[in-house]
Design a protein around this ligand. Sequence first.
Ligand SMILES: CCC/C=C/C=C/C(=O)SCCNC(=O)CCNC(=O)[C@H](O)C(C)(C)COP(=O)(O)OP(=O)(O)OC[C@H]1O[C@@H](n2cnc3c(N)ncnc32)[C@H](O)[C@@H]1OP(=O)(O)O
Length: 314
Amino acid sequence: MATVLMMTRAHHQLTGLRGTIALLGRHLLSGRLAMSTGPTYETLLVTKPKDHVVHVEINRPEKRNALNQPFWKEMVECFNHIADDKECRAVVVSGSGKVFSAGIDLVDITGDLVTPEGDDAARVAWNLKQVIKLYQEAFNVIEKCSKPVIAAVHSACIGEGLDMISACDIRVCTKDAWFQAKEVDIGQAADVGTLQRLPHAIGSRSLVCEMVFTARKMFSDEAKSSGLVSHVYDNKANMMEGALQLAEDIASKSPVAVQGSKVNLLYARDHSVPESLEYMAAWNMAMLQTNDIMKSATAVFQKKNLKENIYTNL
Ligand SMILES: CCC/C=C/C=C/C(=O)SCCNC(=O)CCNC(=O)[C@H](O)C(C)(C)COP(=O)(O)OP(=O)(O)OC[C@H]1O[C@@H](n2cnc3c(N)ncnc32)[C@H](O)[C@@H]1OP(=O)(O)O
């Protein structure tokens, strides 16, 4: 009897251990542990305020979130990490302190940008191109990441701050928000995405040209009427609550459906309709095989609350 009891206990312990290892493996695979022990940054504060939602806060409030050298590298690291984090399904980007962002760090540009390395024009140009590409990558990663990214803007969003939010999928702001493509005022054409992406975010090319050529401020009412933002909130607290709620709502849907939609919307923005339909067909010939369709369709048919559907991480 004692032997049987010992064997049973040993079996339970072994099963328990196996279960723990399996759970650990699943957590590691799903990226859950990776995120909770995820990297920390000097210029970004990354938190997980809700299930499947990551909040990235630009975190240099005393310098009005001016974007400095560490920021350009950290954005790439941060969004590459988010892209790989299977647990994450939606992202909110905001700024800490008084403003969203004062744009490029004007003290920093005296380094790489104003005095690039090289002992002749070709080498200087070559090196400058590498620096510009590095800066561009900091916002390209927002688009490359298949999880939807919501920009939540309060007060000033200047220069490269505007480049940044142009790469986001959804933009919301506070009543006191203002947007300014300020680059012409510092003697340059914007080079990290505003000229390429803003015309897609705002319906009117004329309005984009006006903003870019004059560096005038666009306030929240015009941002809403022009389509740059989809919601205007009374204050920052309400905006953050709204943005996180929106992210949670997106995160409750099938990640196969949502992330497939982001990838195909971006593809369609940059390609013809026939090319995009071809891409879509190739995409969905794989993705239509997901279990999520049956799961979602059954819930719709049974008039269930769709938020109760649990989808496997992607
Ligand atoms: C390949 C890339 C090429 C890049 C091109 C990039 C272009 C751009 O981004 S153009 C836009 C440049 N930005 C600006 O012109 C904005 C300058 N800042 C402001 O207008 C104001 O600071 C702001 C309206 C944002 C906030 O005003 P507030 O009164 O609340 O704060 P301040 O007292 O002015 O500033 C507080 C401290 O922050 C420092 N600071 C603000 N902006 C920047 C900045 N862009 N770069 C570096 N530092 C900035 C400011 O110096 C104060 O610091 P301290 O004196 O140490 O307290």
